[in-house]
Ligand binder design. Sequence first.
Ligand code: SAJ
Length: 417
Amino acid sequence: MTNIQTVAVIGLGYIGLPTAAILATNGFDVIGVDVNQKTVDAVNEGRLPFVEPDLGIHLAGAVSQGLLKATTETPSADAYIVAVPTPLKADKSADLSYIEAAARSIAPKLRGGELVILESTSPPRATRQMAQFVLDLRPDLSLDGAAAKPAVLFAHCPERVLPGRVMIELVTNDRIVGGMTPEAGAKAKALYSTFCQGEIFLTDDVTAEMAKLVENAYRDVNIAFANELSLISDRVGIDVWELIRLANRHPRVNILQPGPGVGGHCIAVDPWFIVAEAPQDAKLIRQAREVNDAKPLWVVDKVIDALSAVALDSEVAVLGLAFKANIDDLRESPAVEIASHLAQALETRRVNIVEPYIDELPKSLAGHSNVELVDVELAVKRSAVVVVLVNHDSFRGLDRDLFLGKAIVDTRGVLFL
Ligand code: SAJ
């Protein structure tokens, strides 16, 4: 038994909204809080503010049964889940101002006994910092009931779901719960057990924070290895896809796939929190970030090289803008970075963008008069050079004849597979 009936989820983004919806469909009274009125309105109307498979049906069901409501004001609740952004600052450390704002909005609502969970990906000790923000405003409360002050239970429960599979992974993934006190850990575990069928592991708050960062840094380092191989293979004159396919036939080798760089709001960001914490030690993690961050400009150079061999007015087709396959998420997308560089560098040539998941170009591209969002057939027909930046399923079965005589820069190895 959790003794929790009402849950406030602060931040209705890619993690907060699915979490709010799954809690509501499991019988909790959920109040979603967001600073963006448009998001609040969309949720209250049961409409998705972004694309995520299966979320729509959960959301619509929860809202129509009155179990999920959204508002801009933090309400009183038995449990609070903070799922706000923790972006990188210019010095590559984490910006905790959204966590601070959430803590400030929660503090006046507390009576003692509530659970406050930080889900946002955070640098070590951010949960303690959040607790401090709250307790500074509420000296009548405590972490553990000391000095007869009612306790507020703080825990870190990092999210681990993969965009595109969020509603499945929320239920099936194992979770890590880091309580600032054993009571906080136990209560948070009880809350997540109501919908999570994976195992839930208890630890302390700082280990939980680091575990999340390390998972994403692990993936970043491995993608960097693949990206470095793509540069080396290009220089040696061999096909990196074949190279990896063959090397992966070794029983203990499992190389990831190269691409145009690493995008999204997680893997390209979180390793920096580790580097900021231990700059003298986190050498490999920093180097991996640098390898992955350098890949988009390498791709731009490849495209410009290919264009230098064709007529001056030849056009280029850019296949894909999303940060990965089969989603509409353009955040930190290396494909957008590459397309923007091309638009700028190729002032006189048309850049034909294909992105089946969007109807409108993002601001960084819409401002260029030489950029147009078109369908894939038209883009390829018009262009002498085709650059593939995303492995959307819809690009896989494209007719080989469409590409006859074109120069192709396929950063994902997807065409004709
Ligand atoms: N990528 C490659 N090659 C690969 C795999 C990925 O270039 O072999 C690129 C993708 O194209 C994309 C980026 O890496 O640009 C990240 O994609 P991803 O699918 O690896 O991961 P994300 O960012 O969508 O989600 C990650 C997940 N973390 C791990 O797999 C360790 C997810 O479980 C986390 O919840 C999420 O970060 C998060 O929110 O932290």
